[in-house]
Design a protein around this ligand. Structure first.
Ligand code: GLC
Length: 544
């Protein structure tokens, strides 16, 4: 079903993304409206008031397009339709209309590096055979060896194993991810025209932006040269170079031509339509090239996510990110978790320690200038589910490498005593991955209105972030002198001052002279003129 596209009814603030808090909705795990155990667009629509009350500005929805779901929807068979698993285009329209009415913007995921092997272009390419124009839209090549029995080069899939699969007529095709995700040939004009049209299709439907999947991958070096090693030959995985070194299939200069063609399309729509790149580059300087007035608005900075739990590590990452954002004239992005990485409660030590640290990290992230991305469930303090039975794991990478991203994708606990904790309608017992028994105490209903809960911490921090003059904009930070292991910085605007202090020193510290505490990740006690900030805790202080 289709319905008429509609304009964005939100205020025309072209710069909204500069200081926004974007909430990542992992669609299949957010809310299930039809009791099939998989989240869907109508489920999101029903839960929009929760997100408005949480206090975020926008939602990024992971792919909900027609797909065989080999890589959870990152294998798209029809870029202009909704998979029946998630609903219909009509459901999308209803969801975005309600979201906009509540003041929430919608960013959708665009997957341009590869299609699904079920995409009509790929089935046509297989049927048409070697040398056909249909094959030109993908990266087919002859193999090496006497009979062409060896892959065309040594490239390795990010999900493990060779990046090439041979088809019955003897040719090979490239897939940087699963064999069900053939890479497109972005030097082909039809590929470019198609995606420009897909952009317009969703912009016409009112989307406020795009998250560009594998934004650094679309162009491959001419001649498809070998890398020189891979886990099959030397044992070193090529993907270890992500963000650290050069690979002939990532971050090629020509990829920027694509974004220079996309930007005018985004700019031709009112209301500040934006794009954020999931890009990995050898250096921060090369990553910065994706951002700017003639390319994309943002690129995820994963350095913050990769920082270890130490003041030095955070300080270094924050300083670098802020310096770069000054150079490119665009605010940085802050990310602690997403659907590909272990949840930060677990990364920071798991259990009570991990949760304390995750709560402190939230206050750190939400007081920094720029755009923050919150991954669904982090506002509940959800940990990674480490003990999912292997037979339930669905990540295609698991089969190829033994590493699985399923543990951060377990459906959200909303309410109730028994799993799946209100993920579906009343009485529905299905969920595509099981939630652990410990999540009963972490559900939205169990935390809402409970003083000190992680949900209330996020709500309070997001409310202050919206309302406080010192946090509302993109004003820079000033680092303050502290004892070792403590991070303290101040932001000042409109006669108001907000100071964030994070205690990673391993011992309690007394904080004084920054005004009154407005939110804290752990209980503060008064001592003399100041407050005792416990170990692994953070607090915001304000002065007006
Ligand atoms: C991105 C997505 C990831 C997906 C991959 C292939 O990295 O975040 O989930 O598996 O691209 O599309």
């Amino acid at each position: 079903m289709t319905s008429a596209p509609h304009p964005t009814p939100l205020t025309a603030d072209d710069d909204w993304w500069r200081s926004a808090v974007v909430y990542q909705v992992y669609v299949r795990s957010f809310a299930d409206s039809n009791s099939d155990g998989v989240g869907d667009l109508e489920g999101i629509r029903q839960r929009l008031p929760y997100l408005r009350d949480l206090g975020v500005d926008a939602l990024w929805l992971t792919p909900f397009y027609t797909s065989p779901q080999i890589d959870a929807g990152y294998d798209v068979a029809d870029y202009r339709d909704v998979d029946p698993l998630f609903g219909t285009l009509g459901d999308f329209d209803a969801m975005i209309t309600d979201a906009h009415a509540l003041g929430l913007r919608i960013i959708v995921d665009l997957v341009p590096n590869h299609t699904s092997s079920a995409h009509p272009w790929f089935t046509a390419a297989l049927a048409a055979g070697p040398g056909s124009p249909e094959r030109e839209r993908y990266l087919f090549a002859e193999g090496k060896g006497e009979q062409g029995e060896l892959p065309p080069n040594d490239w390795e899939s990010i999900f493990g194993g060779p990046a090439w699969t041979r088809v019955p007529d003897g040719q090979w095709y490239l897939h940087l991810f699963d064999p069900a995700q053939p890479d497109l040939n972005w030097r082909h004009p039809e590929v470019r025209a198609e995606f420009e049209d897909v952009l317009r299709f969703w912009l016409d439907r009112g989307v406020d932006g795009f998250r560009i999947d594998v934004a650094h991958g679309m162009i491959k070096a001419e001649g498809l040269p070998d890398v020189g090693f891979n886990s099959m030959t030397t044992g070193q995985r090529q993907s270890e170079l992500l963000g650290k070194g050069r690979l002939p299939y990532f971050d090629q200069d020509e990829v920027h031509d694509i974004y220079r063609a996309w930007r005018p399309i985004l700019d031709s729509y009112p209301g500040g339509r934006m794009a954020v790149a999931e890009a990995w580059a050898e250096t921060p300087q090369r990553l910065a090239r994706y951002i700017g007035p003639d390319e994309l608005h943002q690129a995820f900075s994963f350095d913050f996510l990769d920082a270890t739990w130490s003041a030095d590590s955070f300080r270094k990452v924050i300083d670098t990110a802020l310096a770069e954002s000054t150079i490119v004239g665009a605010p940085t992005t802050w990310v602690l978790s997403n659907h590909d990485r272990q949840r930060h409660v677990t990364r920071y030590g798991d259990g009570e320690v991990g949760l304390r640290r995750a709560r402190a990290a939230a206050l750190l992230m939400l007081s920094l200038p720029g755009c923050a991305y919150v991954y669904q469930g982090e506002e509940l303090g959800l940990p990674e589910v480490l003990d999912l039975p292997d037979e339930l794991r669905q990540d295609p990478a698991f089969l190829r490498t033994g590493e699985s991203r399923d543990g951060c994708r377990v459906p959200i606990p909303w309410s109730g005593e028994l799993a799946p904790y209100g993920f579906g309608p009343e009485g529905s017992e299905l969920s595509w991955l099981p939630a652990p028994a410990t999540w009963r105490a972490l559900s939205v209903a169990a935390q809402a209105g409970v003083t000190g809960s992680t949900l209330e911490l996020y709500r309070a921090a997001l409310r202050i972030r919206r309302q406080h003059p010192a946090l509302a904009g993109t004003e820079p930070i000033t680092w303050l002198e502290t004892e070792p292991g403590v991070l303290a910085f101040r932001r000042t605007a409109g006669g108001a001052e907000l100071t964030c202090v994070v205690n990673i020193s391993g011992a309690e510290v007394t904080v004084a002279g920054h005004g009154r505490p407005v939110v804290a990740s752990a209980d503060l006690t008064e001592r003399g003129d100041g407050h005792v900030l416990p170990v692994d805790a953070a607090a915001w202080f304000e002065r007006r």
